[in-house]
Design a protein. Structure first.
Length: 290
């Protein structure tokens, strides 16, 4: 079933709604827009809470862009087990599904971009590509037949098995515990709301905008064969993922912002990890080909 307007999804029968995903995504968004501002107005925020928010935002955001995306989806480099473990733990805490399902969806996106088999096909509308495809069960669940290379990684497989436990423990419980150790029960509530719920909402929509906005607005300096576009503005908020036109043309390059001056913290982190001998085999498209 295809839809292009903002009203059509709500005409779907309830059996087509993914109630788990819808409840979580809408619930965290509502809490972020209501309870979080109220907490900040009533109790304020201190340096520890702000630092904790930034830490979890960066750790989970980079675990998606560096781990889920460039490492596991595109095998743009090879990583030692500590890097794989860290990105799988904090990647789960982003609440964007297990790496197994995320990678399978993303590989299918690149193979079928802008067509019906693309999980977040922009031709079905901005809303659909942004999050509608997660909220509604429009098609049968595709088989996980495009990740055979990753099934050999025991850490990858364990994350899929214990995904929910890891996500809740690291993404919501840990910030609350750290907040409690810092400032008691009020600190626990602040940790849960700020470094937990608000951070999850921010990181998720950071990813969602790559699927929607970066297939709608921006430049196409490398190719116009698909809808992907480069947006330096989106790169600022997405750890460099905004250079999406380049990425779709050269998807196995570990860089998205290929120019030295382009904002791509994910690229810089991978480069630094290589210097520390924690990753290797960085794949680069030759300059003459670019």
């Amino acid at each position: 079933m295809h839809f292009t307007s903002f009203t059509m999804p709500f005409r779907l029968p309830s059996s087509r709604i993914n109630w788990t995903n819808s409840s979580f995504l809408i619930g965290t968004f509502v809490v972020t827009c209501t309870a979080v501002p109220f907490y900040l107005w009533k109790f304020g925020v201190d340096g520890f809470q702000l630092s904790m928010f930034l830490f979890f935002f960066i750790a989970t955001g980079l675990s998606i862009t560096l781990g889920y995306h460039r490492l596991f989806s595109h095998v743009a480099f090879q990583a030692s087990w500590p890097v794989r473990l860290a990105t799988l733990i904090f990647g789960a805490a982003a609440f964007e599904n297990s790496a197994m399902h995320w990678v399978s969806d993303h590989r299918r996106h690149h193979k079928h971009v802008d067509h019906a088999d693309d999980p977040y096909d922009i031709s079905q509308g901005f809303w659909y590509a942004h999050m509608g495809w997660i909220l509604f069960k429009l098609d049968a669940e595709p088989p996980l037949d495009n990740i055979q290379d990753l099934r050999k990684d025991p850490i990858f497989m364990l994350q899929d098995k214990y995904y929910t436990l890891i996500a809740v423990s690291v993404g919501l419980v840990l910030p609350a515990v750290l907040g409690f150790l810092h400032a008691g029960w009020l600190g626990a509530l602040g940790g849960f709301l700020l470094a937990g719920v608000a951070r999850v909402t921010a990181v998720q929509h950071m990813t969602f905008f790559i699927n929607s906005l970066c297939h709608t607005v921006g430049n196409q300096p490398y190719s116009d064969r698909c809808s992907a576009r480069d947006s330096w503005i989106m790169a600022i908020f997405t750890f460099g993922e905004g250079y999406h036109n380049y990425h779709h043309e050269f998807q196995h390059d570990y860089r998205n912002g290929v120019k030295w001056w382009q904002w791509d913290p994910t690229k810089w982190t991978i480069w630094t990890l290589e210097k520390l001998h924690l990753v290797r085999g960085l794949r680069r498209v030759p300059e003459e080909k670019v």
